[in-house]
Design a binder for this molecule. Structure first.
Ligand SMILES: NC(=O)c1ccc[n+]([C@@H]2O[C@H](COP(=O)([O-])OP(=O)(O)OC[C@H]3O[C@@H](n4cnc5c(N)ncnc54)[C@H](OP(=O)(O)O)[C@@H]3O)[C@@H](O)[C@H]2O)c1
Length: 241
């Protein structure tokens, strides 16, 4: 399973204050009748802002799985108030089988309507005989080796991956859930607009990193943080561009 949630702390933009030098009032925020009508808030949120969110389960020391990527040992923490949080706030980040297991298979998508994952992550579903592991979402799988899609409803991205993601961002709709793994996240690192880190209270020492990429310092701002009874912490970061 990959992914998580967001949204506990929200920050609002500071209100305009008088100019400290002249005492002039803040600029008029309500447009005059002759000015261009403001874009409705709901529309503003959608224009150019369809985000790529890397939602991933990590250890305290930042690994998303063991050396071979196996992340099954994280699953034992999916219970209690943390499970309530997952199923209540972003049930769409759960694989379809898990949604069924937890009784939320009919839950509507709240933050994401599209998922992209790497072929090696998708292989885990194929090995279980599942061709659409996130059947409640539009699914894309990055692969240059798959010659055809195992399912007509799953799009294989074999060309310019960054360009395809840029196209998806321009489309109308909910957010895009980058599932991983490390290789795909490394390829898409510069495109990631948001991180949703589900940190489990374990230390691994070594394993699969969040991004299989070179050294680079990227700044992110903390948007929300929530701690759960079992020690899981979910943090949401927004990229500062
Ligand atoms: N902890 C978590 O939340 C979490 C989440 C997701 C995954 N995981 C773990 O991650 C592991 C897999 O990660 P991974 O890094 O080995 O592999 P991955 O990122 O899932 O998949 C890598 C594959 O994606 C394809 N790909 C990557 N860049 C591409 C590009 N530019 N264009 C086209 N295709 C591209 C290639 O497929 P081809 O070889 O077919 O060309 C590549 O081999 C799994 O074991 C899984 O358990 C953990």
């Amino acid at each position: 399973m990959c992914g998580v949630v967001g949204g506990a702390l929200s920050r609002s933009a500071p209100r305009g204050a008088s100019c400290p030098r002249t005492g002039a009032p803040p600029p008029r925020l309500v447009p005059s009748p002759r000015s261009v009508p403001p874009v409705p808030l709901v529309r503003q949120e959608r224009i150019g802002l369809r985000k790529l969110s890397y939602c991933v389960a990590v250890s305290i020391d930042g690994f998303i799985g063991g050396p071979d990527g196996d992340a099954v040992f994280f699953n034992r923490f999916v219970h209690g108030d943390f499970l309530d949080h997952l199923t209540g706030e972003t049930p769409e980040i759960l694989p379809t089988a898990a949604r069924r297991h937890f009784g939320v298979d009919e839950a509507p998508n709240r933050r994401f309507d599209t998922i992209i994952q790497g072929r090696r992550s998708y292989d885990l579903a194929l090995e279980a005989g599942i061709t659409r592991p996130y059947a409640h979402l539009r699914e894309l799988v990055a692969s240059r080796s798959l010659t055809g899609s195992p399912d007509p409803r799953v799009e294989i991205v074999s060309g310019d991956l960054v360009a395809r993601v840029a196209e998806l961002k321009r489309e109308d709709g909910l957010g895009i859930y980058l599932c991983g793994g490390a290789n795909l996240a490394g390829q898409l690192r510069d495109e990631v607009d948001e991180l949703v880190l589900k940190t489990y209270p374990v230390v691994l020492g070594s394993g699969m990193p969040m991004f299989d990429s070179g050294f680079q310092v990227d700044d992110f701002a903390l948007d929300s943080l929530r701690a759960f009874d079992n020690g899981v912490v979910v943090r949401t970061y927004r990229r500062e561009r």
